[in-house]
Design a protein around this ligand. Structure first.
Ligand code: HAM
Length: 421
């Protein structure tokens, strides 16, 4: 009889991996509690209606990815695809607005989306989620992104970028929606079925489409950031100003529209280039109207969530690199160059420069592939021509630049280059 397997896209976290998770959770609690956030834990299942109303009927999450089911009483429930709507529901349900002023919450736990599983994308995944209620000031937008950057750093991840954008308020959105709709209509009927439908129901969602043809048609689409009102512009300028004062680096990216309907004004994503197509490790923004849309008081709010599986993958990757990455890879072409490379590599190693090389005279292409995989910062390339000229090419794999160096004192040159980094 076949043994029962776990559900596709839902993973066990085994004892040998749990250290990564506990480390991330420890750093999260430390950083968030320092900024005044309190932990909250909401149920994993909620009424389906909460997410349909909260996230938006025509979003991919609600339309295609929700684990929705009728329970034994025939009530429609859903496994939570995110935490924001649940925390807003809890805030309303427990009358928390009675305690005026700022409230900050965080939640760590599993979420569920029926997406096609691949590296970094799962059907059960875990989020660190943070939400703030009760403040309209751009100070809190900047503080949240500053805190998020600190948290990523404290977790031990480097080389990520904070992308920010503004989606305007309900009024500028309404004007923009019509401008976008007119543009989409003028582009004709070359869009996919989903986008043809979105064009009528919720035009902004066309930017979520992954169909190549639609992407091309959207290349010169009007951008929301160019159509926001004066108040929204002033809010965004203030957010950027505070970020600069806090020393938090960011890039304005008008393409950050986010996949959930509730956002207004500030939106942001933390992205990496180390996880292939699953490049977002976290994202969030302001959602001032959601509380009211869910039947609560008119309280401004904002928040973010980070995917823990993606954080673990990045940490593991960084650790592997730190352990295994040779600083140099010596690629050579031809027997004579191969022999010189072999001898020089020993000299480099003797001087404490970690070096890997090809011993078997493979093609340059396959050596470059190996060099790339090895994580080496520098690749030395020595062919017969270079050897004849007593030169070697040095390629910096990080900056993707290349220069020619004399072969004679290559060890000293590399040592000097290395200490500059
Ligand atoms: P989101 O962008 O849908 O935002 O998800 C946040 C993060 O969760 C993503 O950046 C990603 O790292 C991770 N994530 C999402 N889907 C998956 C998946 N299938 N597998 C692995 N990781 C995934 C939200 O969920 C909003 N609730 C964030 C927020 C909070 N906005 C305001 N407050």
């Amino acid at each position: 009889m076949d043994a029962v397997q776990a559900i596709r896209g839902m993973n066990d976290i085994l004892p040998e991996q749990i250290g990564w998770w506990q480390g991330i959770e420890r750093a999260t609690r430390e950083v968030l509690e320092n900024f005044g956030y309190c932990e909250i834990r909401t149920p994993i299942a909620e009424k389906l209606e909460l997410f349909a109303r909260g996230i938006g009927e025509s979003t991919d999450i609600v339309e295609k990815e929700m684990y929705a089911f009728a329970d034994r009483n025939g009530d429609w429930l859903a496994l939570r695809p995110e935490a924001t709507a649940s925390i807003v529901r809890a805030y309303i349900q427990h009358g928390m607005q009675a305690d005026p002023g700022l409230r900050k919450f965080y939640q760590i736990g599993p979420m569920f989306r029926h997406e096609r599983p691949q590296k970094g994308r799962y059907r059960q995944f875990h989020q660190i989620d943070a939400e703030v209620f009760g403040l309209e000031s751009p100070k809190i937008d900047a503080e949240m992104m500053h805190m998020l950057s600190l948290l990523v750093e404290r977790i031990g991840i480097s080389g990520v970028a904070l992308n920010i954008n503004t989606l305007g308020c309900a009024q500028c959105r309404q004007i923009y929606r019509q401008i976008l709709k007119d543009f989409l209509v003028a582009k004709g009927d070359g869009f996919c079925g989903d986008c043809m439908r979105r064009r009528e129901t919720n035009p902004l969602r066309v930017f979520d489409c992954k169909v190549e043809g639609c992407g091309q048609l959207l290349q010169d689409a009007p951008r929301l950031i160019d159509h926001i009102c004066d108040d929204c512009r002033a809010h965004f300028d203030a957010v950027k100003d505070y970020l600069e004062k806090l020393g938090t680096r960011y890039t304005v990216n008008p393409g950050i529209v986010r996949g959930l309907d509730y956002y207004v004004r500030t939106t942001f994503e933390v992205i990496t280039d180390k996880l292939g197509s699953q490049s977002a490790i976290g994202g969030g923004g302001r959602y001032d109207g959601l509380m009211r849309d869910l039947g609560g008081p008119d309280v401004p709010a904002l928040g973010f969530a980070m995917g823990m599986e993606r954080l673990v993958l990045l940490l593991q990757q960084e650790k592997e690199m730190a352990h295994r990455a040779p600083r140099c890879f010596f690629a050579s072409l031809g027997d004579k160059a191969g022999e010189s490379a072999f001898l020089l590599a020993q000299q480099l190693r003797g001087q404490g420069i970690e070096t890997e090389l090809d011993y078997e005279g493979r093609s340059l292409k396959s050596q470059m592939r190996r060099a790339d995989k090895s994580g080496a910062r520098y690749v030395l390339i020595l062919g017969e021509d270079e050897l004849a000229r007593r030169e070697v090419q040095l390629r910096d794999m990080l900056t993707k630049t290349q220069r020619i160096l004399p072969l004679e004192n290559i060890v000293e040159t590399l040592l000097a280059t290395d200490s500059e980094q």
